[in-house]
Design a protein around this ligand. Structure first.
Ligand code: AMP
Length: 278
């Protein structure tokens, strides 16, 4: 794997690759890579000729008081994981924006709920950085995890609405052995918090199995989830349509349960489908 630091140099290389008919695959990340990230690389690898992974902790998507200044990093471990995954180019921009950067991409509607409601400006930061990364890397396809289900929906909408020539692929959420969704932020959890963090996916699974057994009342399902969830604070517990992200009642047909909870200073998110057996 080859590291590139300069956006302008990378864009010139990628334009040349594209001109020679190569398909570029792209996996954007914020680093401290784990099996969730490498699962995205596994999806992309056979579908492209040249695989680019970016590691950039994007200040635009962090709000005041969030964990931008302490976001965990492991450059050597990340490079090794990219090597093992067959990544061709690792893009490590020290900075990504011009000092007078003035353009922001905003997807309305889909960003009004869940994390969009609890982290003002977050998704505008995400879509702005992804649009800029797409401009630099010129990927034919990009892979995003269902761990950040709302982010995937927002990026699909952005690429469709702006006619970006990128195929956006979603990959399933990957869990640790105790069921907790893999996240770079899990590194912050104390042992005690980690045990309680299991109740986040347990709450979602409880709603799922009640729904499978025939409970379709939204309030009763959410009450059940809340009764399972042990957290220092709950941002949301929701059941929404997976495409429109609109609340569902009764909970029938395509549906997905979402949760976000705080353990100390660490905020975790998780989601599962209620409408299939996968
Ligand atoms: P991040 O480094 O947290 O910005 O995540 C980069 C990409 O990896 C995003 O598309 C995430 O959805 C994805 N990702 C992170 N954790 C997981 C996971 N546990 N399972 C699947 N994808 C994940």
């Amino acid at each position: 794997v080859r590291s590139v630091f300069d956006p302008t140099a990378l864009q010139a290389q990628m334009l040349a690759l594209r001109a020679s008919g190569k398909r570029i695959g792209f996996v954007p990340t914020m680093g401290l890579l784990h099996r969730g990230h490498t699962s995205l690389m596994k999806v992309a690898r056979p579908l492209c000729d040249h695989l680019v992974v970016s590691i950039y902790v994007n200040p635009l998507q962090f709000g005041p008081g969030e964990d931008l200044d302490r976001y965990p990093r492991d450059p050597d471990g990340d490079a090794q994981k990219c090597r093992d995954a067959g990544v061709d180019t690792l893009f490590l921009p020290p900075d990504l924006y011009h000092p007078d950067h003035a353009t922001h991409v905003n997807v309305s509607g889909l960003t009004g709920c869940l994390c969009g409601a609890h982290r003002p400006g977050h998704f505008e930061g995400v879509t702005t950085v992804v649009a800029r990364l797409f401009g630099i890397i010129q990927p034919s396809l990009a892979v995003f995890g269902e761990k950040d289900f709302q982010q995937l929906a927002v990026i699909r909408r952005m690429t469709r609405d702006l006619a970006m020539p990128v195929e956006v692929l979603g990959a399933p959420l990957v869990r640790d052995e105790d069921g907790v969704a893999l996240s770079s932020r899990n590194a912050f959890l104390t042992a005690e918090q980690r045990v309680r963090a299991r109740t986040l996916h347990q709450a979602l699974y409880a709603m799922r199995s009640a729904n499978f057994k025939g409970e379709t009342d939204r309030t009763r399902l959410l009450d059940l989830g809340r009764s399972c969830l042990d957290a220092d604070a709950i941002d949301y517990l929701e059941i929404l349509h997976p495409h429109t992200l609109e609340p569902l009642n009764p909970v029938t047909g395509p549906s997905r349960a979402f949760g976000a909870a705080h353990y100390g200073r660490t905020r975790l998110i998780d989601n599962i489908s209620l409408s299939d057996d996968s």
